[in-house]
Design a protein around this ligand. Structure first.
Ligand code: GUN
Ligand code: FE
Length: 427
């Protein structure tokens, strides 16, 4: 369906600001040529002629953004969760990712991933593929077809991984260039993003080349930062020339100085690193479920929040076992409570409206004017049928939203719109 002009009628909920929800019970959400024209409790005269899609009694939320997810890891979600990061990568991630040299395997696995993402409440995602160029292009084709909006990265790694996954430095650079050439201008909704896996996987010459590409093209960058103790120690050993982990990206121009950068995790970031993240406008992708599964710890998100860092939520499948960003909101609140109680009572727990903001407006801002029902924002909306979550008395829209965060499932998503186009939901 082409981007059209229409009205969604239902119980609207987005963020009023970073701390508060805005709800419009039985409201009208107006889409004009793919852009939001506003959320109204009384429909303005000028829109009376537009067709109405009646979703009365259902929750209508901004589409959710997954700022950090690994498409090839969807295949083994929920497996191998009894290890920490570095052991888990060697035992589970690298052997699975090596399979994506086989395009037939990649097609099966990426079809599953794309269907699951399409079925969820997520409308936008920043996605890691693998080192394999053909499979990465296949993933981009599938995501484009789905109607979702995504940044997709061909992963770069030229050290410290099994032979069947490791690229040569020159090979990694050449394949990245070819990938960018082959996909240039090919898609409407899918864009490439430079994706050095993390510092332990990338030599200095490779990072130099990727930094030069970022400088020349203005492409954004996604990677991992200060996730887990073993990893941070490894980076300290590998890069004694750097002041802190993030400095290793920054020295190569991969930390928001050219295109923008998303760094997943930032659980163990030092004061200096946090200051650099702020200075460079780097996005922090908070991935609470992954950080729990891999025993990485709990990121000091309240501090990042108070310091005004760019913040969004990531599923980090398969570090996280669930693709759901609603689930990530609940996890973010829950782990912040444990951190507050057990680790540092100076950092107040997050609230549901704050976590909701992170999963909508916070992450959405990486894509532009996305994640709010404000005039001029891209029209991304999810219709949730929360009637399964019964109650013996009427609940407010805000209460229903809170319950949806904790309890809703993909099957409750009944319609989904991205840039004003309806996405067809797999059954
Ligand atoms: N660091 C480097 N690679 C990965 C990965 O695949 N998952 C997670 N969670 N951290 C990483
Ligand atoms: Fe990750």
């Amino acid at each position: 369906m082409n981007a059209a002009s229409f009205i969604l009628k239902g119980d609207l909920c987005d963020s009023l600001d970073r701390e508060r929800l805005r709800t419009v019970p039985d409201g009208y959400l107006v889409c004009l040529d793919g852009l939001c024209a506003g959320a109204f409790s009384v429909l303005p005269e000028e829109y009376h002629a537009l067709p109405v899609i009646d979703c009365s009694g259902k929750l209508i939320l901004p589409g959710l953004t997954d700022l950090h997810v690994h498409a090839p890891q969807y295949a083994f979600r929920g497996l191998g969760m009894d290890q920490e990061l570095m052991e888990w990568l060697a035992a589970n991630v690298f052997p699975e990712e090596a399979r994506y040299a086989d395009l037939a395997y990649a097609r099966r696995a990426y079809r599953d991933f794309t269907q699951a993402l399409t079925r969820s409440a997520t409308t936008r995602a920043c996605v890691f593929a693998t080192v394999h160029r053909p499979a990465t292009e296949l993933l981009m084709d599938l995501l484009e077809e789905s109607g979702l909006v995504a940044f997709v990265g061909k992963v770069n790694m030229d050290r410290d991984c099994p032979d069947d996954l490791r690229e040569t430095t020159d090979g990694s650079v050449a394949e990245t260039r070819r990938w960018l050439e082959e996909t240039a201008g090919k898609y409407k909704r899918v864009r490439p993003i430079l994706t050095p896996r993390f510092i332990p996987s990338c030599t200095d010459p490779l990072l130099d080349e990727l930094g030069a590409m970022a400088a020349m093209t203005g492409l954004s960058v996604q990677s991992h930062l200060s996730e887990n103790r073993g990893e941070v120690e490894c980076v300290r050993r590998l890069r004694p020339d750097t002041a802190f982990y993030g400095d290793a990206y920054d020295r190569h121009g991969l930390f928001g100085s050219h295109g923008r950068a998303i760094m997943a995790h930032c659980v163990l970031s030092s004061d200096e690193e946090i200051a650099r993240i702020r200075e460079r406008g780097v996005y922090v992708a908070h991935c609470p479920q992954s950080n729990t599964n891999l025993a990485s710890g709990v990121a000091p998100v309240r501090r990042y929040w108070d310091e005004g860092l760019n913040l969004g939520l990531g599923s980090d499948v398969a570090g996280g076992s669930s693709l759901s960003i609603l689930r990530a909101m609940a996890d973010a609140v829950q782990v912040s409570k444990l951190r507050w109680r057990l680790q540092d009572d100076s950092l107040r727990p997050l609230t549901v409206p704050e976590a909701f903001w992170m999963g909508t407006a916070g992450g959405g801002s990486f894509f532009g004017r996305v994640g709010l029902f404000r005039p001029g924002y891209e029209f991304d909306a999810v219709v949730l049928d929360d009637s399964r979550l019964t109650a013996p008395r009427p609940l407010t829209v805000a209460q229903r939203l809170e319950r949806a965060v904790y309890l809703s499932e993909d099957r409750d998503v009944v319609r989904k719109f991205v840039q004003g186009r309806e996405v067809s939901l797999p059954s």
